[in-house]
Design a protein around this ligand. Structure first.
Ligand code: GGG
Length: 358
């Protein structure tokens, strides 16, 4: 029997409800497994987040990264609450973990689910199936800059926010995208920048992209400016397979992509440290949704899909596929949350997924 040590950080708002849902699915899967490859999850839950910030002045414990280092994976909910400025909650927890553990590859699959109507479905009969690969360690999220540098009295404050693009950082994420494309039916990578306007970092990205693409002649590739890419997501969705972009651009595009697939609540993600020197972190793409938190109506599909990505990372690809199929069976049966036009509660969807595990 293999026992995986998982750190759960539900954090804020609906993060708590959807992490509980994902844990229920994983525990049901483990207790149903009767084969020689039996496995179990040993959960440790951390109460970090905005409440922790109010109590202690910190979003996570000071030795938080040291404590997390020991786990096989981290299962995360969502960060942010109106009583704490968003840049404090984000940098104090989610980004502290992603950057502290060099989780430089944020992988965000986007696909149609059966039974889910999407703004695109009427236009595109082809199945939408993309993966947005987000550079997750530098770019616009390098945290470089400052305020008040040239303040000369009221109304004259100045702020500088710099992006950091390193050749090594660009190369590793672009290479990751090509390796991922090589495993997919449609072998195609699209690189997204705004290098006509951002003439230093994103031109470096483009140069590295061309150099790496030349090493993968069997994989088609193209480059697109981010504004054109937003239109292409809507107008030619069948045109895409793997989309690789900087930290900020990929964050925006993956929200657009999941909304086009039906709802942001569907989107799963993995923050990988591909070298496995540190634990990787799995979380739904959505935030804490304070407007519906605590009502039991949050969509748990993104979190359950993230649990499936975690299973794949832990070396259980068949179990990951089982969870994905159970999600599909649930939506196909019309068990849908409010954001997808249904009436099912978080718990009803969770139980339907568990029932469909087979
Ligand atoms: N589960 C994802 C999450 O909590 N996101 C909160 C957020 O504000 N993220 C912005 C970002 O990571 O760029």
């Amino acid at each position: 029997m293999q026992t995986f040590r998982i750190a759960a950080i539900p954090a804020d708002g609906v993060g708590r409800e959807v992490v509980a849902a994902g844990r229920e699915v994983l525990d049901a899967l483990a207790s149903a497994s009767k084969s020689a490859s039996d496995f179990a999850f040993d959960w440790t839950e951390f109460d970090w987040g905005c409440d922790h910030y109010h109590r202690t002045g910190r979003m996570m414990a000071e030795d938080g990264l040291d404590r997390l280092k020991e786990f096989d994976a981290i299962y995360f909910g969502a960060v942010g609450w109106p009583s704490v400025p968003d840049h404090i909650s984000l940098w104090g927890l989610r980004l502290a973990v992603c950057q502290g553990f060099d989780q430089w590859a944020n992988v965000r699959p986007v696909r149609f689910l059966p039974g889910v109507t999407s703004p695109l479905r009427k236009a595109a009969e082809v199945p939408l199936d993309w993966v947005v690969v987000r550079e997750n360690s530098e770019g616009e999220y390098a945290g470089l800059g400052g305020r008040n540098l040239a303040a000369r009295g009221p109304g004259s404050e100045v702020a500088i926010q710099s992006s950091l693009f390193t050749e090594a950082g660009c190369e590793r994420i672009i290479r990751y995208a090509f390796e991922l494309a090589a495993t997919r039916e449609r072998k195609h990578v699209t690189s997204v920048t705004k290098s006509n306007a951002q003439q230093f970092g994103m031109v470096l990205w483009d140069d590295v992209f061309r150099r790496v693409a030349a090493e993968y002649p069997h994989i088609e590739s193209d480059s697109c400016l981010v504004d054109a890419m937003a239109a292409r997501f809507v107008l030619r969705p069948e045109d895409l397979s793997v989309v690789v972009a900087s930290n900020l651009h990929a964050d925006i595009l993956s929200d657009l992509g999941s909304a086009l697939a039906g709802s942001l609540g569907l989107a799963a993600s993995a923050n990988y440290n591909p070298e496995r020197r540190f634990p990787s972190m799995f979380e739904p793409v959505h935030g804490s949704a304070p407007d519906i938190a605590g009502q039991g109506v949050a969509n748990p599909i993104g979190a359950i899909g993230s649990a499936a990505l975690m299973l794949g990372h832990l070396g259980l690809p068949a179990e990951a596929a089982r969870v994905d199929r159970a999600i599909e069976a649930t939506t196909a049966a019309g068990v849908l949350p409010r954001d997808l036009g249904g009436t099912a509660s978080t718990q009803e969807i969770t139980l339907a997924v568990i029932d469909s595990l087979g």
